[in-house]
Design a protein around this ligand. Structure first.
Ligand SMILES: Nc1ncnc2c1ncn2[C@@H]1O[C@H](COP(=O)(O)OP(=O)(O)OP(=O)(O)O)[C@@H](O)[C@H]1O
Length: 242
C-alpha cells in the first residue's frame, strides 16, 4: 500500500454551492450555501458550526454524495489508489466505491432494517468488506458492549429500541470499519453523559490513528473535547450574499 502523506488532505472541498428547488412551489429556488471551501487532514476533527438552518447537514450530505452539488469540487482521497477523486462530479459507481473504502458516515438516525439483529446491523460493513462473519460478529459485540448496550438486545432487531439505543447501534456500525474519512452528524444527540464520554473516547482513538473527521456537534462539551477546528458555516451562507 502507498505511504500515507500526513501533510496532504484526505478531503478537499472547494467552490461548492447548493440551492434547493421547491417543485411544489412553482420551482422556487432556495439558495443555501455558496463558495464552500475547506480541507480536512489526517487526525483532524473539523466541526461544522453556525446557527440552525445555515446548511451544516446539507454540507455533510453533499460530502457523502447524498445531495447533488450545483457547483464546485469535493475531492476525496481514494484509499485504494491514494489519488483524489471528485465525488461531486463522479458517477454513482465512484460514490459507492468511495463509501466502501474511503468515507464513512454516521447519520443522526439509524435506518432500521426489519428482522436484522443489532449484532448483524453492526457487523454488516465488515462482512461486505470480506471479514469472516463470526469475526465480524464478535467485533460488533465488543463495540456494543463498550457502548453499554444491554446484551439482551444484541440479537433483537433495533426497530423497537429507544432513541439512544438506536443511536449507539448506529455509532457502532459507523466506527467498526477503518475508513480514513468519517462524517458524523450529531452522533451524541440522544445519549446520556456516560455514553457521550464513550463516544468522545472512540472519536479520539480514530483521530489518534489518523482518521479525518468532519462532524456536527451541537453538544458544546463534546465539541470542545473533540474539535481541532470549527468552521462557521454562516461564512458560506448564500442567503446573506443574495
Ligand atoms: N431536502 C431539502 N429540500 C428543501 N430544503 C432543504 C432540504 N434540506 C435542507 N433544506 C433547507 O436548507 C437549509 C439548511 O438546512 P440544513 O439542515 O443543512 O441546516 P443545519 O445548519 O444543519 O440546521 P440544524 O442545525 O437546524 O440541523 C434549511 O433552510 C432547510 O430548510
Amino acid at each position: 500500500m502507498p505511504d500515507m502523506d500526513t501533510s496532504a488532505p484526505l478531503l478537499d472541498v472547494s467552490s461548492v454551492a447548493k440551492s434547493f428547488t421547491m417543485h411544489l412551489r412553482g420551482g422556487l429556488r432556495l439558495p443555501v450555501v455558496a463558495n464552500v471551501a475547506f480541507t480536512v487532514h489526517p487526525g483532524e476533527c473539523v466541526v461544522l458550526g453556525g446557527p440552525s438552518g445555515v446548511g451544516k447537514s446539507s454540507i455533510l450530505r453533499m460530502v457523502y454524495g447524498n445531495y447533488a452539488v450545483d457547483a464546485g469540487q469535493i475531492l476525496v482521497r481514494d484509499q485504494t489508489t491514494q489519488e483524489m477523486a471528485d465525488l461531486a462530479t463522479g458517477d454513482p459507481r465512484l460514490v459507492l466505491d468511495l463509501r466502501q473504502n474511503s468515507i464513512g458516515y454516521v447519520s443522526q438516525f439509524l435506518r432500521a432494517v426489519p428482522r436484522v439483529s443489532a449484532l448483524d446491523v453492526v457487523a454488516e460493513p465488515l462482512v461486505t468488506r470480506g471479514v469472516e462473519r463470526n469475526v465480524a460478529t464478535s467485533r460488533a459485540g465488543e463495540m456494543l458492549e463498550r457502548l453499554n448496550l444491554p446484551s439482551a438486545l444484541f440479537t433483537l432487531p433495533p426497530a423497537t429500541f429507544s432513541g439512544g439505543e438506536k443511536q449507539r447501534v448506529n455509532i457502532a456500525r459507523g466506527f467498526i470499519t477503518d475508513h480514513p474519512i468519517l462524517l458524523l452528524d450529531e452522533p451524541t444527540a440522544s445519549l446520556d453523559a456516560a455514553n457521550r464520554d464513550v463516544v468522545v473516547a472512540m472519536i479520539k482513538e480514530k483521530l489518534g490513528v489518523g482518521t479525518a473527521i468532519l462532524g456536527i456537534f451541537h453538544d458544546i462539551p463534546v465539541r470542545e473535547a473533540v474539535a481541532t477546528r470549527i468552521i462557521d458555516v454562516s461564512a458560506f451562507s448564500a442567503r446573506e450574499a443574495a
